[in-house]
Each structure stands twice: as C-alpha cells, then as structure tokens.
Design a protein around this ligand. Sequence first.
Ligand SMILES: Cc1ncc(COP(=O)(O)O)c(C=O)c1O
Length: 377
Amino acid sequence: MLNIPFNKPHLTGQEHANMAEAVANGHISGDGSFTRRCHLFLEQHLGVPRALLTTSCTHALEMAAILLDIQPGDEVIVPSFTFVSTVNAFILRGARPVFCDSRPDTLNMDEKLLPGLITQKTRAIVPVHYGGVGCEMDVIISLAEANDITVVEDNAHGFSGKYRGKLLGTFGALATQSFHETKNLHCGEGGALLINDPSYIERAEIIREKGTNRSRFFRGQVDKYTWVDIGSSYLPSDLLAAFLLAQLESLETIQAKRKSLWELYRQGLTVWANDNGVGLPVVPAKCEQAFHMFYILLPSLESRQRLIAHLNERGILSVFHYLPLHLSEMGLRMGGKKGDCPVTEDVSDRLLRLPFYNDLGPDDQNRVIDAVTSFIL
Ligand SMILES: Cc1ncc(COP(=O)(O)O)c(C=O)c1O
C-alpha cells in the first residue's frame, strides 16, 4: 500500500501547454499576456477594481503594509493563530503586533475582543479567514470604519469563499491571496494583492515595480519611466502566470472536487467524532467556505500526538497547524505571554489536519477515515 501524503499539488493538464506558449511568446518576465489574463480573471471573478499578481501572499502582505504607510510605533491587530507572514509584513515597517485570540468555533479572530484591543495607535486590522471560512466581517468592518482603521484581509485560504453572499477578499481596502502549492489553486509559489479601494491602485503598481512608474509608461501614460517611490520586485514571471491561468480556468472543477472530499470526511467522521468528544470544523450558516482543509480537534495534546502516530503507522501523513505566534521566540520578544490568547493556545495543541488534495481518490480517503475511526481515544 502506498503512503498517503498530506498534500499533493494538483495539475489540471493545461499548465505545460500554457507555459510553452509563454516561452513561444518570447516574454517570460513579469506582466506579460498571461499575467494580464490572470488579472482580468481575478478582477472579473471577484469583482475587484484591481488585482495584481505577486510572487507570494507574503509579498502581497508586504505591499499592503507599505501602501498603508505603516510607521514605527503603529499598532496592527493580527490573530495569534496564523502564519508568520500575516504579522511579519507589518513588523518589517516597524509596527507593533497586537495579538487577538481566536473564536472557539471557527478559530477565526474573535471580533468580540477587538474593542478592547483598539487604541489611538491602531492602523490596521488583519483578519485571516482560517480554512477559508469567513471571519465576522460585518463587525470587523464597522469597528474599523468607526475608528478610522484600515482592514487588510489575509485571504490566503479563502479564494472563492463567501461571507453573507459576498466573496472573501472583497471586504478590506486591501486583501491578499496565496497561490502556494498547498492552496486550492496554485503556481508553486505565487500570490495576489486585491485592491478594493481604488485610491491605492497607482501606488501599488509602483511599489510592485521597484518603485518606478513602469506600468504607467507601458500604458503610454508617461513618456519615460523613472524612480518615484520605494518599492521592490513583487511581480512573478509570466511563466508562473501561465501555470496559474490553467488553474484559475479550472476553478469550478477544482472547487467541486474539494467540496466532495470535504463532505465525505464530514459524513465519515461525524459519528466517531460525536462519540469521542472530537470537534469538527464549524461553518456558520452565513459562510460559504472555500474547502481549503479538513481538520479535527482532539480532546488533548496527548491524544492528538497519539493519533498522528497511529495514522503514521498506517502510512498516512497528518499534520498539526499554527503554533501561537505570541508564544513563538519572536512573539515572546515582543512581549507575548502565556495566557494572552487562551483559545489559540488550547486549539493549537489539539488541532490535526487530514490529507486533503484534489487527487485524493475515494479508496485512499476511505482508508484515512477507517484509520481515524479505528483510533481509540
Ligand atoms: C494565513 C496565511 N497567510 C499568508 C501565508 C503566506 O503565503 P505564501 O506562502 O503565498 O507567502 C500563508 C501560508 O500558508 C498563510 O497560511
């Protein structure tokens, strides 16, 4: 029996042909025809004024922090239960992270805690839609508006998920996507900045192009291009855009497959989970999730570690997820203390993600379900 990995990057079959076409076009640096087609797809699909491909979600977040003109001493409210990039992007500009604990149901930023975290220095709130299930955006947006704070959605997991019928990534002034190979749609390494507030568009193009107005030059809006601002090289090669376009154009098929995988896990695990005090993902009725992952919440760290070993013995790789950022080496240096985010500290010990990828066949998925449900807690 072959081992079942945790993730396997999916190929639609069109990637090679698209990349060959990019090579034949003679333009494989950034912003070629495939990049333009990806931008158009994202803008039309999401209904955002401007989408810009980036080399990663990390880089899209860094662009967002530059666009917000984050200065040393500014405060940015971030979840503790997230990937380092959500926070690092703002630390790089000198911000102080203010960690917000998670809701015990969706594991998203607990919006009820925000009023106690907002100060005169708060410049941004960065909700992460964990597992592609939307945060409480109504509350977050209205608190942000009332306090003149900008919302940057880290939508790394949530492409095509919705909150109250509106697509994730369309709520904040800025939002970021990841197209890393662990995501529903990917190009190995990649991302996008979604710009919902059009006043950021021109400067975003400049920052992405090394601080030059090269994009305006290519559109014939200026006679020559020059250095106008700070910036870096945040645009991917058109080869990657060619790969990504194949994935974007298969969005519906990819999402339908992931939905059926997710439902099969839910059906196969519900009785065992209820009988054993194991939590399954919670998707509130107002959220249409993006089917990014399937996790379970074991009763304790000890049972989680034993289940990892039990699955390993059966050739199945399962993995835990984020460690609380406020208790990481860097988080502690920034003043984080045990007990600051009790829900995050608790779920981080108990959460386990099961193999979840488009090419997971029914036999293998049933093998995972059988292995999990044969585990004695
Ligand atoms: C919530 C979140 N934000 C940002 C990132 C960074 O994405 P990338 O690898 O595209 O830089 C990740 C990576 O998995 C993530 O989980």
